[in-house]
Write a protein that binds this ligand. Structure first.
Ligand code: FES
Length: 267
């Protein structure tokens, strides 16, 4: 039988025989994710122009302490932490960010894009050793399932916020009335996209359908598992669309609050 020698030589960083555009996806992830992180950080530190009438930016939902009418417990007093420039987003953003940063899909995407570990299949890596998730700091990703519990609670707040986006104050009577503005629709779409992202989470799939020996004996869990699996099938798409929608909803409300654009009322 004929034999072929295949030398097991370590490829240099970036070296590959691949002719396809293997670098497009990591590069796109790098650019989009970096832009998102820069924008969210800027928006978080702003602490201003994050609400407009009945609209509240998803980056600030829920507002626990703050100066807007959406705040649960009224204003933040500067003397509580005198050396910190307060922004209501500071108290809550860690939860959705932890959920997104530890997402199984995003990990795969940003390990390639930011750490080149691995860069792509059959492409030379910059390191000799495997830097797995069984050591710190990446071990922290195991908290993903707990981040999920918070994310599901935040989904409820976002839907409540979206419903509030349809309740306007009538300027002549001062009474609340149903209405639809472009902002109402944007907030609703954003809440749906974020829920679709959470509902397709791998940890949620395990939570509802894991540790079951026979699905035939647990029909309710089988149904729930099917439902999560359905969202899970397109998890990367939900991840990216919801990422864009969060940023765009914040931009829209911010521009309305700054008076740069006017919210168009359909009803
Ligand atoms: S795996 Fe992506 S959100 Fe849980």
């Amino acid at each position: 039988m004929a034999t072929v020698d295949v030398p097991l030589k370590r490829l240099k960083f970036g070296q590959t025989a691949r002719k396809d555009g293997w670098w497009v996806m990591p590069l796109t992830t790098f650019v989009v994710f970096s832009a998102f992180i820069v924008y969210v950080t800027w928006s978080l530190l702003q602490g201003d122009n994050y609400w407009y009438g009945n609209y509240l930016s998803p980056l600030y939902e829920p507002e626990i302490f703050g100066s807007s009418p959406h705040a649960w417990f009224g204003p933040w007093h500067w003397w509580w932490f005198p050396f910190v420039k307060y922004s209501p987003a500071m108290l809550i953003l860690i939860f959705p960010l932890a959920f997104r940063m530890s997402c199984y899909y995003y990990r795969g995407a940003y390990y390639k894009a930011f750490w080149a570990d691995p860069v792509a299949c059959a492409v030379g890596e910059p390191r000799d050793e495997y830097r797995g998730e069984h050591k710190w700091p990446l071990l922290i990703h195991n908290l993903h399932r707990y981040a999920l519990y918070f994310a599901l609670i935040f989904n409820v707040f976002l839907f409540i916020g979206a419903v509030k986006g349809f309740i306007f104050n009538d300027p002549s009577t001062g009474r609340a009335q149903f209405g639809i503005g472009i902002g109402s629709l944007i907030m609703l779409i954003n809440a749906i996209l974020l829920a679709g992202y959470s509902f397709g989470c791998h940890s949620l799939r395990h939570l509802v359908g894991g540790v079951v020996d026979q699905f035939s004996k647990a029909p309710a869990r089988k149904k729930a598992w099917d439902c999560v699996t359905c969202f899970n099938r397109h998890h990367p798409k939900w991840a990216w669309f919801s990422l864009f929608s969060v940023a765009l909803t914040d931009v829209y409300i911010r521009l309305c609050a700054m008076g740069v654009i006017t919210d168009l009322r359909i009803i």
